[in-house]
Design a binder for this molecule. Structure first.
Ligand code: PMP
Length: 434
């Protein structure tokens, strides 16, 4: 992970140092902390995270809590349900049905069933199992810097985990839309066609093309709308299915549309979702075309101890209600436009901020030095923003794209604070380079 804390590189205050050592001792070596100087939060409140010293940070990174941290309606829904009944999908319950109806109402009619999991990784794992059973194929096509999760099967089609995690033999990667090898409006579809041929040459039948419909870990590739259409047609012609990973773009983040795939005018065979679905409570799942899951359902039984439990369903229902009653999709459009316009203006003053991409409140700002991706400056900016009290991160193959995903409840003055702070950070970066 870029921008990760490296033990020993900087001096921490004694309390933080003590906790960092305890983490290493108790949790072992696989966890990472964000930022050169890690953060210790003790409270979340709306758009703010508050650290142990009482300092408030504007959270423009954590898209899980997209209604704002500790939204009272979600807190109350969880509290009420856990005090009445916490049980699983082996019993008849009304909450899961209300949730499925509400979710399906946000989707095209072709998507007829909802299945629930606890994490996005599990949702993609389930999608993969269903894709295999429906198509009889085993080949997977993903983008070069895709992230889809952590199970053994899903890690094999998550190249962004790095060279030390093996991609399966059955996995073909394609460049992110707009990158070399996938330029122009049809470039991505042509890359998918080439990947299909490559799989076939190795005797592998394609089962699915899976993409994050905003290509978040590939550096946010939003435009032109519709570029997914010929790619989806290509995978279907080859006998595979199209899986839209909506773990990042879903739940109104992209503004105009509730789901990222709707920006492209395609109807996926499976939609996977998670992250903001419970505003911090673990709940995730898939929507699927009935004909795609029919064979899987005939041969496999699906039970997930916590997936679809009564409490998770209550949390997810509350999230959908709040998005509607607080008009958050509209707010994502308006605040997204404000953010994009102000960032674009900033990019005229600071050429290092070379391109602003995105939709709604899913925004990527590319950092370049001339034509060269400038990962070093991107890391500097992310850490300097943290020092200035604003949380973002970076993404993309070269980690040179600022990943900006504030809660959908962000207000105009908070957008302005964000952009003004970024302006100051860029000004200081300029000064340091001079
Ligand atoms: N898909 C995408 C696009 C994601 O960004 C993530 C998480 N970052 C996942 C899947 C996996 O979700 P989880 O961490 O809940 O397993």
């Amino acid at each position: 992970m870029a921008n990760a804390f490296v033990p020993g590189r900087i001096r921490l205050d004694p309390a933080s140092q003590h906790l960092v050592e305890a983490r290493a001792r108790l949790l072992g070596p696989a966890y990472r902390l964000m930022y050169e100087e890690p953060l210790h939060f003790v409270k979340g409140e709306g758009i703010w995270l508050i650290d142990a010293a009482g300092r408030r940070y504007l959270d423009a990174y954590n898209n899980v809590t997209s209604l704002g941290h500790c939204h009272p309606a979600v807190v109350e829904a969880i509290r009420r349900q856990v005090g009445v009944l916490a049980t699983n999908t082996r019993y008849i319950q009304e909450g899961i049905l209300a949730l499925a109806e509400k979710l399906l109402a946000t989707m095209p009619d072709e998507l007829g069933h909802i299945m629930l999991t606890c994490t996005g990784s599990e949702a993609n794992d389930l999608a993969w199992r269903i894709a295999r059973s429906f198509t009889g194929g085993t080949g997977i096509i993903v983008t070069k810097t895709a992230y889809h999760g952590i199970t053994d099967a899903v890690a094999q089609f998550s190249p962004s985990l790095g060279a030390s995690v093996d991609l399966g033999q059955h996995v073909a990667t394609v460049p992110a839309p707009g990158d070399r090898g996938a330029e122009g409006p049809d470039g991505f579809a042509e890359a998918v066609e080439r990947a299909i041929s490559e799989l076939r040459r190795h005797g592998i039948r394609p089962a699915m093309l899976i993409v994050d419909t905003m290509f978040t870990s590939d550096g946010v590739r939003s435009d032109p709308e519709g570029f997914l259409v010929p790619a989806v047609e290509a995978i279907r012609r080859a006998g595979g299915i199209f899986v839209a990973d909506e773990v990042q773009p879903g739940f109104a983040r992209t503004g105009e549309h509730f789901w990222g795939f709707q920006r492209h005018g395609v109807v996926p065979d499976i939609v996977t979702m998670g992250k903001p679905m419970g505003n911090g409570h673990p709940v995730a799942g898939i929507a699927v075309r009935p004909e795609v899951v029919a064979e899987f359902g005939r041969t496999s039984r699906y039970f997930n101890t916590f997936g679809g439990n009564t409490v998770s369903c209550a949390a997810a229902l509350a999230v959908l209600d709040v998005i509607e009653t607080e008009g958050l999709q509209k707010n994502a459009i308006l605040m997204g436009q404000r953010m994009m316009a102000r960032l674009s203006a900033l990019s005229k003053r600071y050429p290092v901020l070379s391109e602003i991409r995105g939709a709604g409140l899913m925004i990527g700002a590319e950092i370049r030095d001339g034509a060269r991706p400038d990962s070093q400056s991107a890391a500097r900016i992310v850490n300097d923003m943290r020092t200035a009290g604003i949380l973002i991160s970076s993404c993309g193959e070269h980690h040179n794209v600022l990943k900006i995903r504030p809660p959908l409840v962000i207000k105009a003055e908070e957008v302005d604070l964000f952009v003004d702070t970024l302006g100051q950070v860029l000004e200081n970066l300029n000064g340091a380079a001079a």
